[in-house]
Design a protein around this ligand. Sequence first.
Ligand code: KDG
Length: 325
Amino acid sequence: MEVLDFISIGEILIQLNSLTPGPLRYARYFEVHVAGSEFNVLVALSKLGFRTGLITRIGNDEFGEMILRALRAENIDVSCVKVMDNAPTGVYFIQRHYPIPGKSTTFYYRHGSAASHMSEEDIQEDYIKNAKRVFLTGITPALSESCYSAVKKLRDLAQNLGKEVIFDTNIRLKLWKKPENARTKLLPLLQGSKIVFTNKEDLSILFPQSALEDVVSKLFQLGVDIVVVKLGEEGACVYTRNGEAYCEKAYRAPVIEDVIGAGDAFDAVFITSLLKGFSLREALKLANIAGMMVVTVRGDIEAQPDWKAIEVLKKYYEEKMDMLR
Ligand code: KDG
């Protein structure tokens, strides 16, 4: 079995992205994409040169076929992808620029989907032994009780085997229903993560009415080494257990098509930059650039940069040099 640099567990969805901005009740044309937070991160990591694998389930349907093709095309290991006969592949719609211009809203049609049936059965110890790091998000544990148990088993096994766990809180209230459900289920899962990616909204759910400094130190008490707070168009900040703290401003996107998926590219490029030996500050800058790229197109994975693109972008945004000709 090939050694994998990163594995994850999560639902891949068919994304129907409205071609026109505004409320979906007026939308007539939709563009089809393949997306899902953990998948997006693995696609980005795979473009950046890592070997990756995803644990998931898809329906035995045309959309499941589309997803399998996307996984193979993006060079993601599919040995832990199960095809289910009696549950469909999940779908979601994206409404753009309404009600908040520049922002997108998601509408899920995924309840009872194949991926929501994942359970502890999907977690094979050998697969984890064979992986270097595990990337998790707060989305999969929100899909169902059995998905929560699967994520917990994967995290526990990974930590017992001494693998690094990286966690993005990615709270989706449409899935959790109540903020307290997210809080009680997610906080224990964050324990011992090497890096936690989060944002202001998620932190206000996980640690209500707490100041940022307190929240960060609470995460350190949970054994987290690095906390990254993503601030969207404001940029991002990083805090480390040994007292380093930096913030970097975001880059302004020349156009905003659809902001969904930007945070996933951010995570992948931040992780990659650290593994390549860049400073925390530099990693924040490059991750901000990657996030900015993704908002310029519809679809989550299409504009994720590979390292060659990152170098071109770095020259352009930091030295104002256009290396395209
Ligand atoms: O991070 C992008 C995801 O939010 C999007 O692709 C859909 O996975 C998704 C979800 O559960 O919201």
